[in-house]
Design a protein around this ligand. Structure first.
Ligand SMILES: [Mn+2]
Length: 275
């Protein structure tokens, strides 16, 4: 399939959780004029604690470089796990451009802010009181978020992860996801964009939040999702793991048909499996 743009994030290459085989499979049958890598692509924090870099992870990098060589534009927007790259905005490596954030204009002219999203962690947590305090408190919370995380790392602690923390508070997780969506949509509104495309919380979505297009690419650790833009400018959410499961079920049904199952059952089986 060929798309105008493909947005991927949170692949966490360099961790055991990364579903590199599925990602490779996805890349082998999807192409685009522009690929946006929306942060946490390579997990530099995990790699600092010990080198984990299997062949499949290398193959993912090679597949992306090959796309760049074949003429695709590849934009790498670092997240918190690959923030080392944030120090190099505007640089190119192997044809890949590094940008702190990007503006993507869809085929129908909608201006979308593309950013990882971790910069807004503290705003999400403090959303309620910040709403009453306004702009300066907002700037302060952004600043505080950056510095708290720097200090935490100096002391050898981990980045405070909103998504992880939200999942630990299972009951409240839904609230925080909702809060994140609101804050990010608010950020797009402040910049007078039509929408925002982000990642970070590992929860893929396409929707409207307070009149803003809120799009989250999801991840390749828990789910295997990507956002694609068709030639007509429509954005779609692809769930590659689910697509593979469906195809596998259909193949399995067909395979069973070729065996001992009688013709009558063979005719019925695929439909049942799809349902
Ligand atoms: Mn992140």
């Amino acid at each position: 399939m060929h798309y105008r743009a493909i947005f991927l994030s949170d692949t966490h290459l360099g961790t055991r959780g990364c579903q590199a085989e599925l990602l490779l499979d996805f890349l082998s049958c999807h192409d685009a004029e522009t690929f946006y890598l929306v942060g946490d692509i390579v997990d530099a924090w995990r790699l600092r604690r010990g080198w984990f870099w299997p062949q499949a992870h290398n193959d993912v990098v090679q597949a992306l470089l090959a796309k760049s060589q074949a003429g695709a534009r590849i934009v790498y927007i670092p997240g918190n796990h690959d923030e080392l790259l944030r120090a190099y905005p505007g640089t190119h490596f192997g044809g890949i451009e590094v940008m702190t954030q990007a503006v993507h204009v869809t085929a129908c002219g909608r201006r979308m802010l593309v950013t990882h999203g971790d910069q807004f962690d503290s705003i999400v947590v403090n959303a309620k009181w910040l709403a009453h305090l306004g702009d300066r408190a907002y700037e302060f919370a952004l600043w505080l978020n950056t510095w708290l995380n720097r200090l935490r790392k100096l002391w050898g602690g981990k980045y405070w992860s909103l998504s992880k923390w939200a999942k630990q508070q299972v009951k409240q997780a839904v609230n925080y996801i909702g809060e994140y969506e609101k804050v990010l949509a608010g950020e797009a509104r402040r910049g007078e964009y039509d929408g925002i495309i982000c990642g970070h919380i590992h929860k893929a979505a396409i929707g409207r939040v307070h009149g803003i297009d809120y799009v989250n690419t999801g991840d390749w650790v828990e789910s295997c999702t990507a956002i694609v833009e068709r030639a007509d400018g429509r954005l779609l959410l692809l769930d590659w793991a689910a697509a593979k499961r469906r195809r596998h079920m259909i193949d399995a049904a067909r395979g069973a048909g070729a065996g001992s199952i009688r013709r009558r059952d063979r005719m019925k089986k695929p439909r049942k499996e799809i349902a």
